[in-house]
Every structure is written in structure tokens, then in C-alpha cells.
Design a protein around this ligand. Sequence first.
Ligand SMILES: O=C(O)C1=C[C@@H](OP(=O)(O)O)[C@@H](O)[C@H](O)C1
Ligand SMILES: C=C(OP(=O)(O)O)C(=O)O
Length: 423
Amino acid sequence: MLLKVSHKTVLPPAEIVITGSKSESNRLLILQALFDNLTIDNVSNSDDAAVMQKALASTQETVNIHHAGTAMRFLTAYFSIQEGRKTVLTGSERMQERPMKILVEALQTLGADISYVNNEGYPPLRIKGKLLQEKKVSLQANVSSQYISALMLIGGALPEGLEIHLEGKITSIPYIEMTLALLLDVGIQGSFKNQIITIQSLKQKLPAKKIVVESDWSSASYYFSIVALSARQAQDKSQKQNQSNSTISISSYKKDSLQGDSVLQSIYAQLGVYSKIAGHQLNLSLIEDFNFPEQIRLDLSKCPDIAQTIAVTCLGLGISCDLTGLHTLKIKETDRLEALREEISKLGGNITVTNDSLHLEAQTTPLTSGVSIATYHDHRMAMAFAPLAMLVPLQIEDAGVVSKSYPDFWSDLEQLGFLTEQV
Ligand SMILES: O=C(O)C1=C[C@@H](OP(=O)(O)O)[C@@H](O)[C@H](O)C1
Ligand SMILES: C=C(OP(=O)(O)O)C(=O)O
């Protein structure tokens, strides 16, 4: 679906509802399948959570998780301990290019029976579920935190629990902390100190528990970008008066989030966005008379999923940006660094990327109008670029790709004065 996107030029006040974090949902769904007695409220309506639910309910040998990284990694661990069950775990073409070796080797050390159907190190995987007797494992921690979370999630179900030694620099740490916090919350004991994680074996049935998932902060990032860009839109159209009062209110959020992407609040405070959590509402508005910086430098190794949003906001605001800690972007839904380089260049931006960083020059000329943004099967490419329609009309290719994490994205944007038309 090719979608033409433009904007009515005034950002109206709006109330948006985003469903639960896909990261928290997919962890809790695994824990629910392993330990029963858990009720989950506000589960993510994303495709990634839907494929997780379907996989956990499936009795078929072949389980296809499509594009969902968390489902691929968490289910590899999950099916490894389903005694007597044979599973072929597969995914989309891109998923078959996303590395699995570090997790597979760690599980094999614990005694798992996993082999590769085609290419060594990559899905599809053939898994024969069995009782894993070992309790100690070491793995490289700088490629994906999802491997570590996958092991942690099954730790409580192993007879001796689990001791995980992390080698090297740990990437995406907040996601590991999220996993531990959820384990503790459901009643599984564990700790994460220095480079060692321990998870205690669960010896008795868990007490019944209901968990309400906080809404998804990564999905909220696009609204931070929209609010920031509304300052630029007002400047371009001399409509300062109209713009300054609009508040976008998004539910349901909390102050002590388990999601690392809640760092959006402090990052976007540097880009003119005032944000406050009142009750369960996250309210976003422009800081009045804000002095925008000429340049921003951020290390995003703890929050890789908001890199695209931030790069595009800076492009629209004409702010130079240096983003580092981006090494994991190359192995996500697409090579996000290359995808950003291509698409930002099309709009007239001056961008350079390395294997783990991105540099964007301050944009001094108007963005190219009417550009067709390719999305590379990556939901975040579509959603990160859409806010630029406040400044220039553009087209988003394969716009349905957003459903991986945020199926209601386009209809929610309409509430904010965006106009979308299928072409
Ligand atoms: O554990 C999780 O829920 C996730 C961890 C991160 O991946 P990496 O650890 O591979 O960076 C993140 O990018 C992904 O969207 C979700
Ligand atoms: C990287 C992402 O997801 P996953 O790795 O779970 O496919 C994402 O949602 O940005």
C-alpha cells in the first residue's frame, strides 16, 4: 500500500490510546505459558504479540513467527524445554538473515537439542524439546540483549535455575532489566549484578497474579517527534499562535517505567517537547519560546528503537545530530543505518553513517517535497518518516508495515490533522 501523507497545518489537541508494550507483552506471554496463573491486561495489539500468542497455542510442528525478533529468540528457548515436542521455528526472509548463533550455542551448552535447517547460525531452527540439566552458561552480550532475556525467561523452569555470565560490553541493558523486573513481579527470584545474572528455579506453583502492561513507549516516540516538528511547522507557516496550546495526551503510562525508551522524555526535552505524566496520561506539548540547539549528541545503545525517530526529528528541525551506540541497528528489521542514509538523502539531507553511528548535518535548505519513502519491511521506517508530512507532503511505501508494532498508527495520525490517501 502506497500512502500519500500530508498535514492540515495545525496540530489539534488529541487523545491517543496506545496498547501495551510489545516487549513486555511478549515476555509475559512466555511466562504465562510456562507458569500458568498469570493474567495479562492491556496486551499489545501488535502483529509481534499476535504471532507470539499463536505460536504458544499451536500444536503444529512448524511455527512461523514472521518478522518478530522477540518471538524468534524467546520461543527458541521456550521450545527447547518443551519435553518431547519437536518444533521447526521459522520466520520471514529477513528473520532468516538475523543471527541466532549466540543464543543457540548458549542453549546447547545447557543441553538443548537444536540444529539449523539451512544456514548455520540462522533460522529456521529444528528444536527437540528436552529437560535441560545444566545451570551455568556464558555468552557474548554485545550483539542482542534478546538472547539474554530468552535465557532468563526459561531460568525459573530449569531444575537448578540458571547462572548467566555476560561477556564483553552489554547492549540494550534496559531490556535485560525489564526481563528481570517482570520475573520478580510474577514471583521468580533473580539478580543482575555486574556481568552475572542468576535466576532461581521455581519450586512451587506461582500465586495467581494480574499484571497490567504499560503502553508502548517506542510507539509514543512518533508523537514526541510530531510535537517537536510542530514548532518548525509553525515557523514555516507563521502560525505560532495556533500551535502553542495543543496538547497530545497518550494513555496509559506510568512514571516508573520498565521500558528504556521512556528516556524519550529527557531526550525530547532537548528538542523542545514538554512532557508530563498525570495519572495515566502522558501529556506532550511544545515548550514555549524554546531555544533549539544547533547540534545534539546522543549514545543510543540503551534505546536503539528510537534512533530512527530522533534522526528524522533532527532532520526536520534543521539540527545537526551525532548518534552513537547504533551497532545493533544493522541486524534489525532491515539495516536501519543504510535505510536511514538512503531515505534521508532522498529528502535532501546530508547524512553519513558508519557501522555503529550516524552523523546528520544541520539542514539549511527546505526538504524535497513529494518524496516516496521506501520502508524496507521495517515498521519504524514508516512511522519515523511520517511526521515529516507536517513540513512537506510525502509518500510512504508499503505503509501497512506499521502493524508489526502499531497497527492503529495511521488512523491515530488522522486525529492529529494528518491526511492520508492510498494511491
Ligand atoms: O527484548 C526486547 O524486547 C527488545 C530488545 C531490543 O533488541 P536488541 O537487544 O537486539 O537490541 C529492541 O531493539 C527490540 O525491539 C526489543
Ligand atoms: C527491533 C525491533 O523488534 P524485534 O527485534 O523484536 O524484531 C523493533 O521493534 O524495533
